[in-house]
Every structure is written in C-alpha cells, then in structure tokens.
Design a protein around this ligand. Structure first.
Ligand code: LLP
Length: 460
C-alpha cells in the first residue's frame, strides 16, 4: 500500500500525517504517557484485508477470511478489519470472543480454538452458534457434555495435528508430531466415535489445522493437504456427509523485501533489518492450496500477523546513548514490555530514525560518543529498553545512521502484530497507548495509556 508509510521532506508520514506532529500532539495531551506509542495505519489494515479478499475472490462463497484476534486485540483494529471485509474472528479465550463481539463480529461468526478450553468458554461458544475446534479427546467429551446440557447443537471442526514441520522458529511451530495442539491422525477415529455417539448434540463440519506462524516456505501448506483431505473424507464417511469446511489456520510471514515495498516506503529506503528474500503473499498461498482442496470444500483462512503487523509502528524516544565493552547501547523508553518478540524468538524488527532516516554505509571508525549522542559514523548499535534484564532489547547489531541523539525518536517497524498483544506490566511499566491514523488530518487514540492507578486497581 503506497499511502500508509512514506518519507517526505526527511520525515516519516503515516497516511500523509507527519509522525513528528503526531508525537508532539500526543505529548501535549498525555505528557510522559505519550511515549512509547503504537501507531496504526487504517489504510494499511484495509489494504491487507484486500490482499486476502482478492486472493480468495475466485472461490466466491467457497473462500472465507477470518481474523485471528490474538495478533492484535484492540477492538478498533478488529472493527476496522471487519469493515474492510473480514468475515469471521478466530478467538482463543472467552474474553477474546467478547472483544470480537464488541468489535461488531456477529456472535455466530466466531471460531473458538484452543487446547485448553474452560467450561464457561465452551458454553459461551456453543450458545453463540460459533464454530468450535475440537482439540483432543477430553475437549470432545467436554463439548458433548456442555452442548447436551445447553440444548444447542454445537458446530465443530476437528483440529488435526498433521505432524508437519512448518520450517519456522520452534516456538512458532504448532503442527509437529510432538506439539501440544490438535488430534493426531491415528486418534481421529476414536474422537469421532465419541462425537458420533452424541450426534444430536454436536455436528462435525470440517477440519482445522494450523501449521505455525511466520511461515515463509509455502510448500508446507501443500504438504498438509493430503492428511487434511483424508480426515475430511473420514468425517464424511462417519455420516456427516456435508462436512466441507477446511480451515488452514494462519501463518504467513510478513517481512517484506525492499523490492516488495513502494519506492518511498521507509523500509525500502533504509534497509535496516529488512530481508532480501521476498515474503509470500496471500495470493501465493491460495495458489498453492486451491488445486489441492477437496471438491466442494469451503476454505477458511484465519491469519493474524499478515493482516496487522505491517499496519503498526512503535514510536519511542531515545533516553540516552552509552558504550560498554566497545558496544554502543541506544537506550529507549520502549522495552521488551512493548516488543518482546526479539527476546522471545530472536525476531528482527527494523529500527529507524523518525526524522532524517537515511541509508548509511557501515563504517568501522572509532566511536565518538558525547554524553547525549553518537555523533560520528554509522555503528552497529543495540537498541535496548529500561527493563532490568539483559534480554531487554528491541534490536541487536542494528545499523543506525548518526547522529543518534538523546530526545530523538526511533521507529520500530512491523509491530502491529503480537507486540501490544504480548505486552506486560513488568517493572511496573504501564501499557503504551495506541493510536489509529485515518488520512493525513485525522487520528484517534484507540487506547489511552495506562497510569499508576490502573496498575494498582486490582491490589487489595
Ligand atoms: N490460527 C491458529 C489456530 C493459531 O494458533 C494462530 C497463531 C493463527 C491462526 C494466526 O497465525 P498468524 O497468521 O498470526 O501467524 N506470538 C507469536 C505468534 C504466535 C502465533 C500463535 N498462533 C509471535 O509473536 O510471533
């Protein structure tokens, strides 16, 4: 999307709005609470939905787009995705279901997924008429019990563990044979037996798999289709003849190579952590799976990251610059409490200046550091936060062009997914505020910053 992020006159714009102006405006309203701040582009969210809908459009009603709410649970973000054309919301807790409903998703358009569902959550999902993923034998028994008691026939997908390596970070692989998710193929029959015995209370409508997250090699989606087809056929043979839903989960990685971005996109210009290998698109994904779908099946995709990651940046202030052991540390007011992904998965989020971002050659000249700035040359720096952990870093060995000055702002890119969603209050740090920009002249604070009283509210 060419309009979401660009550099003009030496500063980064979001939908034409200067982030520097936005920063000052927020500071005026919230004082110290204004930084760090997550800034989302509405146009980027809409664009990301469009990419999926366009990819699915040849399938007509046979292609369904769901949003995995866990990636970003702000109801305004979810509502924007819904307005843009997302049809369902995939939720992993009762509270996520409540957020989806608050955002405007019809209560019967949820997909409730999880390997450990509580009774009240199952009840909520059954009453709403949503789809539930059955993850295990104990899950099947519980759904049967609740549905029988509530007197509503539950609509189910069987979550299959296909024993496939998604070729991603181990923590983001969810379909290996020894992962905790889903039912392995050899146990499918047993689980279906339990469900068939209670068929007046439950109806199996199809299969669900989720291979993992941040996937860049699409061949894994092709690999899973055989077992998906086998299990769907097995379900039909049991007697649910019209079972036709194939939910392939989410998983697309999102780190665009510079040539996949518009020419004036900051990441195309700055190349600070951007990969050179192109990331597959939703169209690439659909192209892989479509020919392998069983005849008459309805395909559900439920991405999280690829709908929201590129729509968000984290804007943070430099608190100071220091060196230790020859290493330069740029200390910001953002920390692992806002962006835990580098510490947890070794993820690389590009970091750039807010103003005067420019490509700088990598020079190994002696470091000259004043008390407040790194003035000379381009250095590999570690961008770190104030949290009392050495694991508290936003970027390691990151190339920032000088000067790197106290009080200046940095942007941490691709932070629309799994950043605020995984935020913590560690070190008594309040949650950051979230802002959505809509055009060059309008923005909305979609979550105010937490304050000390918020942090103390539950203590007694
Ligand atoms: N469907 C299911 C069943 C899932 O478990 C997930 C993500 C998704 C869909 C959405 O996947 P996505 O399109 O976002 O890759 N905290 C990690 C990501 C964990 C994803 C867990 N499941 C991170 O920051 O990378």
């Amino acid at each position: 999307d060419g309009t979401s992020w660009m550099i003009r006159d030496g500063t980064v714009l979001c939908e034409g709005m200067s982030l520097e102006h936005l920063r000052r405006d927020l500071q005026h309203q919230y004082g110290p609470g204004a930084s760090p701040v997550f800034v989302y582009s509405r146009a980027a969210l809409v664009h990301n939905v469009r990419c999926y809908l366009d990819a699915l459009s040849p399938m007509g009603a046979g292609g369904v787009l769901a949003y995995s709410l866990k990636a970003n649970g702000n109801p305004r973000v979810a509502a924007t995705l819904l307005e843009a054309g997302v049809q369902r919301a995939t939720c992993v807790s009762g509270n996520e279901m409540k957020v989806a409903i608050k955002a405007g998703f019809p209560s019967n358009k949820l997909i409730f997924n999880g390997n450990g569902k509580r009774r009240w959550e199952v009840e909520e999902a059954v009453r709403s008429g949503s789809l539930l993923n059955v993850d295990s034998m104990f899950d099947a028994r519980r759904v049967v019990e609740v549905a029988t008691e509530v007197g509503v026939q539950a609509k189910l997908l069987l979550r299959l563990n296909p024993a496939i390596d998604a070729l991603t970070h181990p923590y983001l692989s969810t379909a290996l044979a020894d992962c905790k998710f889903g039912v392995e193929e050899s146990q499918v029959k047993e689980v279906l037996n339990v469900l068939w015995a209670a068929r007046s209370s439950v109806k199996v409508e199809g299969v669900h798999v989720h291979l993992g997250s941040a996937i860049t090699d699409l061949s894994v989606y092709a690999d899973v289709m055989q077992s998906v087809c086998r299990v769907l056929y097995q379900i039909q043979k049991f007697g649910w003849h019209d079972a036709a839903l194939v939910n392939l989960g989410g998983g697309l990685g999102v780190f665009p190579a510079p040539h996949q971005l518009p020419g004036d996109h900051p990441l195309a210009l700055i190349d600070n952590g951007t990969p050179t290998v192109p990331t597959p698109t939703p169209a690439d994904l659909v192209k892989v799976v479509l020919p392998l779908l069983p005849e008459g099946a309805t395909l559900i995709l439920e991405p999280g990251r690829s709908l929201v990651a590129s729509a968000g940046v984290l804007m943070t202030e430099i608190l100071g610059v220091k060196t230790n052991g020859g290493k330069v540390f740029v200390v910001t007011d953002a920390a692992m409490t806002e962006v835990i992904r580098p510490a947890l998965y070794g993820s690389k989020h590009p970091v750039t200046h807010l103003t005067q971002p420019k490509v700088s050659p990598l020079l190994h000249r002696p470091i000259r550091q004043t008390d407040t700035a790194l003035e000379e040359a381009a250095h590999l720096v570690d961008v770190v936060g104030p949290v009392c952990e050495s694991g508290d870093f936003l970027a390691r060995e990151c190339r920032l062009s000088p000067p790197v000055t106290q009080g200046d702002s940095l942007l941490v890119w691709m932070t629309g997914a799994y950043c605020f969603a995984m935020a913590s209050n560690y070190n008594m740090r309040p949650h950051a505020l979230e802002v959505m920009v809509h055009g060059s002249a309008s923005y909305k604070v979609i979550r105010r910053p937490q304050n000390f009283d918020d942090l103390m509210k539950e203590c007694q």
